[in-house]
Design a protein. Structure first.
Length: 308
């Protein structure tokens, strides 16, 4: 590899630093994948949309609300597929992101639609950033008593995705599904040894005691680590308390009995009180519709259903 290829492209410095500084509620392997993609991009590697989707996942094509209507009742099915971010412009370099701003608008539309009797959150997400997640979870929780909201892990609701799911009236996990990963973390990347080997020395000129704290050009200081840990702990407390409210359990039960940061399977999730039942998305829609059988209409869209 040439020196040019090994040296981080400063055009990506802002994005990489934002990723590393952001508190994440996401599976560790997915954040590692995001960082890998950004690192490769900083070295000049380009990706097609299909390649990015293969690495990061996320929605393909239209991901709008599906409204399933029969006489017995109407269900609005809202997809939540991919890495959760607050807005569409965050991490433009990586596809497969789910902007919460758009999701919240669709959720509000479903609540305001008088023809909709219940809402299903069709979730397949490893989580994402914490930004706007507490606010969105609060909106979902506030919908209780207005319309029934059912979260379906189809097939993954991890970290921030579980945070949102826990605010629903009930959580359903598909038989092969997984939920959990309750926790928060940030990452710090230290390029100082790599730059030293290349003969590169970066000098930061700043004003403000903590302005350059945690920069990637020098090892993380104990003071900087403590500040990052305090921020992580704060968001973790918010996460735990929100799940406890949604699942109607004590916060201690979430900290000590809801997987403790691990992802668990469907049956274990129900036994731990993290979910209410094991069922498929189709079975859940049928139950909410009063027993009618949904049939997937693959010719239109993989998440469209008709009733027969």
């Amino acid at each position: 590899m040439s020196d040019d290829a090994a040296t981080p492209d400063l055009r990506y410095g802002r994005t990489i630093r934002r990723v590393l500084e952001t508190p994440w509620a996401i599976t560790a392997d997915m954040l590692a994948t995001i960082c890998e993609v950004l690192a490769l991009r900083s070295q000049g590697r380009s990706f097609t949309r299909a390649e990015l989707q293969a690495r990061v996942g996320g929605p393909a094509g239209d991901t709008g609300t599906t409204v399933v209507r029969v006489k017995a009742g109407t269900v609005a099915v809202l997809p939540l597929h991919g890495v959760i971010v607050p807005r569409a412009d965050l991490l433009d370099e990586v596809s497969g992101m789910v902007p919460l701003e758009k999701f919240r608008l669709r959720f509000r539309e479903a609540l305001a639609d008088e023809s909709v009797g219940s809402v299903v959150l069709n979730i397949d997400s490893p989580g994402g950033t914490v930004d706007l997640v507490p606010e969105t979870a609060a909106e979902i929780l506030a919908a209780r008593g207005v319309k029934r909201v059912t979260a379906v892990a189809n097939s993954l609701a991890a970290s921030a995705a579980y945070w949102l799911a826990s605010a629903a009236d009930e959580i359903v996990v598909t038989p092969s599904g997984e939920i959990g990963s309750i926790g928060i973390y940030s990452a710090h990347q230290d390029f100082s040894k790599q730059l030293e080997a290349l003969g590169v020395k970066v000098t930061l000129v700043s004003a403000g005691r903590f302005k350059i704290e945690g920069n990637p050009f020098e090892p993380l200081s104990d003071e900087a680590r403590a500040a990052i840990q305090a921020r992580v702990d704060e968001y973790y407390g918010m996460f735990v308390d929100s799940v406890a409210r949604g699942r109607d359990v004590a916060s201690a039960a979430v900290r000590g009995g809801f997987g403790e940061g691990r992802i668990v399977g469907a049956k274990e999730a129900v036994s731990l009180g993290m979910a209410d039942r094991v069922a498929t998305l189709e079975d859940t829609i049928r139950r909410l519709q009063g027993g009618r059988s949904p049939r997937r209409n693959s010719a239109r869209h993989p998440h469209d259903f008709t009733f027969v």
